[in-house]
Design a protein around this ligand. Sequence first.
Ligand SMILES: [Zn+2]
Length: 347
Amino acid sequence: MKACILTAAGGLDRIAVADVPSPGAPRGGEARVAVRAAALNHLDLFVAQGLPGAKPSGPHVMGADGAGLVDAVGPDVTGLGPGTRVMINPGISDGTCEFCLEGEHSLCVNYQLLGEHLPGTLAAYVIVPARNLAVVPQLTPELSWAEAAAFSLVTLTAWRMVVTRAAVTAGEWVLVWGVGGGVSQAAMRIAKLRGARVIVTSSSDAKLEEARRLGADVTLNHRAQKVSLEVRRLTGRRGVDVVIENTGESTWEESLRCLAKGGRLVTCGATTGPRVVTDVRRLFWNQYTIMGSTVGNQAEYQEVVRVLGTGQLRPIVDRVYPLSDVRAALERLERGEQLGKIVIDLS
Ligand SMILES: [Zn+2]
């Protein structure tokens, strides 16, 4: 089958479209999905560069997000037949450790992501546990394959950050950094669904305009404006209740300066670097809570799919590329030019 593979860690020069062996028949509780579309994530760039913990040995099929048709199921799968339109939750858990038994699958001691630790979605076929599949909701107009592929990883990640971890409530002030990113854009939309007042930042005025169209209350260009000063001004010197961040080094101290007393900071990433400086005096005196978050559990995935089925959180697709142009698509992501998700067509 055709697939986007990484031949070795070392960046986008090591990406190729090649023929690789198709996965065999699904076993036990697994399903094989004939992929129709796969969405790109920053994770794919990190995997290409060589993440610590990622272990692509030899040709590694990339891609975390995908949607397609169930092609075959293992003998233990019930209620999910071939031909069903499905989206894929890319977080694969063992289902047996103490965290899985508590329903916290993204804390699984053997947690793995498609395209990072396991063969991914940028291929004609992918095998996943059937419990990682959700039926694509019926919407009018119908969700395209590109939209369905663009949904899962960023929406699930953002939902856990905003709803489960930060527990954002109506009327709270929320600051979201870098709204051009997929997780940030989803977090902004979810915070609005919760009734929050949302401030977003970007270095791109076009991305800020798109954020206003999607419901952001206040937009700040973090290249032109000092975010903490603007946040203090907008909130009557009080600060925001919640900061949603995934940038790390470049924003961390500003994030803490933006928080109101008792505020919560939730992070799911470190795109500008992992080593941050925290003034512990600010932390205890203001009684901040700093939380990590990653992907989400199965209950959260079912919940975001249910919300999608109500017509909310419909993904924004930037561009769709054929598999042969996957390198150009990844370069667009690397340059941060996209407005929404970049998708690869595999139909
Ligand atoms: Zn587990």
